[in-house]
Design a protein around this ligand. Structure first.
Ligand SMILES: [Zn+2]
Length: 52
């Protein structure tokens, strides 16, 4: 396995919400690294209301 592939795998393993720690539905978009639920809370605070 190449180093790149291994890094990618590690990246996947580490993917979890930095607020509540869940690994489900974690959004990496915008480098937020939070799950959908937490994103909604954040979104309201930062005025990002488009996300549903
Ligand atoms: Zn969360």
């Amino acid at each position: 396995m190449s180093k790149e592939k291994r890094d990618l795998k590690e990246e996947k393993k580490k993917r979890k919400c930095r607020m509540c720690g869940t690994r489900q539905a974690v959004i990496r978009k915008y480098k937020l690294m939070v799950c959908r639920r937490c994103f909604k809370e954040i979104a309201e605070k930062i005025g990002f209301k488009k996300f549903d």
